[in-house]
Design a protein around this ligand. Structure first.
Ligand code: OAD
Length: 230
């Protein structure tokens, strides 16, 4: 094993499924009278900010009691032997709770809020609720720190730069449907192996992809054995 080897992981909502969080496209539950896509679009904020606040308050409060699963934990453990950076599309904090130390959140974080006017004015609020009328230091309405459809993805260049340094690239629990995030695979250097963990068929035509058709926990156990044998 070689701790100078760089593993870059690209995770999506499937990695958190075994912790009890629905995948993005399966999400519903209490909110099933709504289309979850309405909560992922800036138009939802313009149309009904109270409803958006309620939805994200609900998700944030619920997150408090949700624990990482073995897939998150194995990724954290791999730091003992590899230089691991995780690029996640998830707004949950389960990679952090599991102990991973290098995490890039492409689509924001539930436990943070930001100014409506200034995307760079972001701060931690833990699991607290936020309300209409609460102001950011710049006087604007505070809002969830979530990147919605129709908005720029400020962390994408940082993610691209990290992907270019990968010796091993791992994709886990994402349908690869959402760009620019899904385009990161095109930035992986030639000859770098790409592992893809998902229980379903994910449409990915890259010839380098080694598919591990399994749930996140089983898939990470298999991958750990493959990586640690080398
Ligand atoms: P999706 O719901 O599109 O995809 C979830 C993936 O997880 C699918 O490929 C499932 O087969 C897989 N999956 C299901 N159960 C699993 C398990 N136990 N272990 C591993 N994988 C499993 O969610 P994402 O790809 O994460 O963005 O969605 C990406 C982005 O789309 C989200 O971040 C969100 C959304 O629009 C924004 O809100 C900006």
């Amino acid at each position: 094993m070689n701790n100078s080897k760089k593993i870059v992981v690209f995770s999506g909502s499937g990695i958190s499924k075994e912790s009890g969080i629905d995948t993005f496209r399966d999400a519903g539950g209490l909110w099933e009278q709504y289309d979850v896509m309405d909560f992922a679009d800036i138009e939802g904020w313009y149309k009904n900010p109270e409803l958006m606040m309620d939805f994200y308050n609900y998700c944030r409060t619920r997150l408090k009691d949700i624990e990482p699963n073995e897939a998150h934990r194995i990724l954290a453990e791999l730091e003992k032997n590899f230089d691991v950076t995780i690029i996640t599309q998830n707004v949950d904090n389960l990679h952090e709770k599991a102990g991973s130390t290098q995490i890039i959140h492409l689509h924001g974080e539930l436990t943070k809020v930001r100014s409506s006017d200034n995307p760079g004015m972001i701060w931690d609020i833990g699991y607290d609720e936020i309300r209409m009328g609460e102001k950011a230091p710049d006087g604007s309405q505070i809002r969830p720190h979530v990147v919605w459809f129709g908005e720029d993805v400020p962390m994408i260049q940082t993610a691209i730069d990290v992907v270019k340094t990968a010796d091993i690239f791992v994709i886990i629990g994402t349908s690869l449907n959402v760009y620019p995030a899904a385009g990161l695979i095109e930035c992986v250097k030639k000859k770098v192996p790409i592992y893809l963990i998902d229980p379903d068929d994910v449409n990915c035509s890259d010839k380098r992809v080694i598919k591990i058709k399994a749930k996140a926990t089983d898939g990470m156990r298999i991958l750990k054995n493959m990586l640690c044998e080398k």
